[in-house]
Design a protein around this ligand. Structure first.
Ligand SMILES: Cc1cc2nc3c(=O)[nH]c(=O)nc-3n(C[C@H](O)[C@H](O)[C@H](O)COP(=O)(O)O)c2cc1C
Length: 212
């Protein structure tokens, strides 16, 4: 599989949350998933102990079951104050957020239709350790998403399924007492590969030089 012609800055600035442009009809070869995990494993991990784990969900019934949980949780989220579709009074901000909301709404309905779902987890000797070390999966998961983008695959970071983590564990046979879940993403080829940098705050809006 060839890589897209993206330099590092282009890769970092165009790895978007892809939802409507996921190609649900095109299968994702296992070897591509393996390549992305191989790169993810280069990410840092506490004590140099690799505790990140990836559950790759290809089975249709399991995808649908996880997708249904996500659908129900998303329906609750739509009624919450954090929902990006809620008007803020700032017309420009509302215009951008309405697009984000429409995109997120789509995934709310269709997550289980992606050819693959990937669930990033952290394992430990017990539940407390697995949860306390959850940040170990985060750099790996982002590397996974960057590697996916470089291969023409789209992802979207989601985490709301953790509100029903136990049920997701049961569907997937994940040992709940020693494995904590963090990130759930669809994985599919994207329809087209042209993605643009998003509008973000200026760096100085979030930098604190020397003190807060
Ligand atoms: C911690 C975290 C949780 C997120 N949870 C969800 C989610 O549950 N559903 C979803 O559609 N997107 C989720 N996102 C993705 C953001 O909504 C996405 O980054 C945002 O829409 C901006 O899009 P962009 O990254 O393409 O610029 C999450 C992102 C992060 C970092």
């Amino acid at each position: 599989m060839s890589l897209l012609d993206l330099n590092p800055d282009e890769l970092l600035s165009t790895t978007r949350a892809v939802r409507k442009r996921l190609d649900f009809d095109r299968p994702v070869p296992d070897d591509l998933v393996r390549d992305c995990v191989k790169l993810a494993l280069q990410a840092p991990s506490g004590s140099n102990l690799v505790t990140m784990q990836f559950v790759v969900i290809r089975d249709q019934a399991k995808r649908q079951a996880v997708g249904q949980i996500y659908r129900e949780l998303y329906a609750n989220y739509k009624r919450s104050p954090n929902y990006p579709g809620n008007p803020t009074g700032d017309a420009e901000r509302d215009r951008v957020q309405a697009k984000v909301a429409a995109s997120a709404d789509f995934l709310g309905e269709h997550l289980g239709e992606a050819p693959v779902l990937v669930l990033g987890c952290n394992t430990g000797p017990n539940r407390a350790a697995a949860s306390a070390g959850l940040s170990n999966i985060l750099p790996g998961m982002w590397s996974f998403m960057l590697a996916a983008r470089a291969r023409g695959l789209g992802t979207a970071w989601t985490s709301m399924h953790v509100a029903r983590e136990r049920e997701v564990s049961e569907i997937l046979g994940i040992p709940y007492e020693t494995v904590a879940q963090a990130v759930l993403t669809p994985l599919a080829f994207t329809k087209g590969t042209d993605f643009r940098p998003a509008q973000r705050p200026e760096p100085d809006a979030v930098i604190h030089w020397d003190s807060w």
